[in-house]
Design a protein around this ligand. Structure first.
Ligand code: DAH
Length: 433
């Protein structure tokens, strides 16, 4: 029997985000072990441990290396665009907060550091929130042109385009900060500009450097200009490679790419790149001229260069027509067997099963308001990928259960919902209404 919604009487909504609110999903009260095993290592837990079993189970999957998986094909496509770059894809997701944030000049009070936003094993170890976390390490190894693909982790809401694990590609190129390096940069610029000149692409640009997007004090502005230009040319050709086939397929319908000034703690000037697709501008990546402090820490002060970071799921959803981000994690042969390594094909939906909505109405303790991300992690930990989204429109969180692979029975959903409610009471100290 298919499930029908049972609406709980309404009282207190899920509190809005309170940055820095601290909560343990698997807190001591619920028997958090003193140590946890992760990828063969054993790590002590502490007061800020907030990794959940549901998240830790994802660490070994490494979808970007699974043959024929859309994320793996997309990675390979990007790597093929940069044939003379080093291609890295096996760095551990466990990093220190120092590496994830401090080495990249993130201020001490940056919201990304909050336990509500990031996953911590303990105060000294976390799951990387972005591939930029490895910049210093890779530059230190002496790599001057490299791509790094990896799984990254962020605590977030639940809907069709957010998942707490996703994949990024980081790319970087550095030049010697001298006449020889700048000659190399100029030659690369001439080469790339020539390739782009004959292509069906319209680029909306912003100045390489401006008062609001400044050159770094230690940089020669002429060097910074050349490097920013190299970054833009390099990424414009990548956008053409990725989207030229879908968005720029005719003379009347050129690929449209636009550059926007941005801010990142570890680059200046900084930019975002958007691509016009199906009537909308879509944000594709962030990038910029690498902060000299990063290169100094890596022991390569004599270099100047650029870096970018892009999210693979967003691009794969567009290119393959994949409607829900959970599908990337599906083990269903009806999903996996559709794809071949190296080929981008349009996803054929195999079925849409019914939704089952359940409201959760509760009072949150006044002194310890429940953070939305804590609520979502708890729900994911209990229900896994059968949660499609958590809606908040009515002020009472409404969990939408829908499997991508099968129909859910009323009994099953009621059982899961009962576990959600019981863990909310036991671990979060909320009062169910
Ligand atoms: N790490 C950034 C993020 O996850 C993306 C990014 C921006 C990467 C600028 C870069 C960069 O290398 O230069 O949002």
């Amino acid at each position: 029997m298919l499930c029908t919604a049972r609406i709980l009487p309404s009282r207190l909504p899920l509190r809005p985000c309170v940055s820095g609110a601290r909560r343990r999903i698997s807190g001591a009260s619920s028997g958090l072990p003193e140590h946890i095993e992760i990828l063969g290592g054993r790590y002590p837990t502490d007061a800020i441990t907030n990794v959940t079993p549901a998240i830790l189970n994802k660490l070994s999957l490494r979808l970007h290396t699974q043959p024929a998986h859309p994320l793996s094909t997309l990675r390979a496509l990007i790597e093929a665009h940069y044939p003379d770059f080093a291609h890295l894809s096996s760095l551990s997701p466990l990093v220190t907060p120092y590496k994830n944030f401090d080495e990249l000049s993130f201020p001490k009070d940056h919201p990304g550091r909050a336990v509500t936003d990031s996953y911590y094993v303990n105060k000294d170890l976390m799951l990387r929130t972005h591939t930029s976390a490895h910049e210093v390490e890779v530059f230190r190894k002496g790599e001057t042109k490299w791509l790094l693909t990896a799984d990254v982790y962020r605590r977030d809401e639940i809907d069709g385009s957010h998942y707490p694990v996703f994949h990024q590609v980081e790319g970087a190129r550095v030049f010697s900060a001298d006449a020889a390096g700048m000659k190399e940069c100029q030659e690369s610029n001439a080469d790339l500009a020539q390739k782009l000149a004959t292509e069906n692409i319209v680029i909306e640009d912003v100045p390489h450097i401006s008062p609001t997007n400044p050159v770094q004090p230690t940089h020669d502005p002429r060097h910074s200009e050349l490097v920013a230009k190299n970054l833009k040319l390099s990424l414009n050709t990548l956008m053409l490679k990725l989207f030229g086939g879908v968005a720029g397929s005719s003379a009347q319908n050129p690929l449209k790419v636009r550059w926007i000034e941005a801010y990142f703690p570890f680059t200046s000037p900084s930019f975002e790149v958007e691509v016009f697709f199906q009537g909308k501008w879509l944000e594709i990546l962030g990038c910029g001229v690498v902060r000299q402090a990063t290169l100094d820490t890596a022991g390569v002060s004599n270099k100047i260069g650029w870096a970018f970071g892009l999210g693979l799921e967003r691009i794969a959803m567009i290119l393959y027509g994949i409607p829900d981000i959970r599908l990337f994690w599906s083990m269903d042969p009806r999903f996996l067997s559709q794809f071949e390594q190296g080929k981008i094909t349009t996803f054929r939906p195999y079925s849409k099963y019914p939704s089952c909505f359940k409201d959760v109405s509760f009072w949150s303790p006044k002194d310890k308001p429940l953070h939305e991300n804590d609520f979502c992690d708890l729900v994911r930990d209990v229900a896994g990928d059968i949660v499609e989204d958590v809606q908040k429109a009515s002020n009472i969180p409404r969990i939408n259960y829908r499997s991508m692979d099968r129909s859910l029975s009323n009994e099953e959903v009621n059982g899961i919902q009962a576990q959600v409610v019981s863990r909310l009471k036991d671990q979060m100290g909320v009062e169910i209404r």
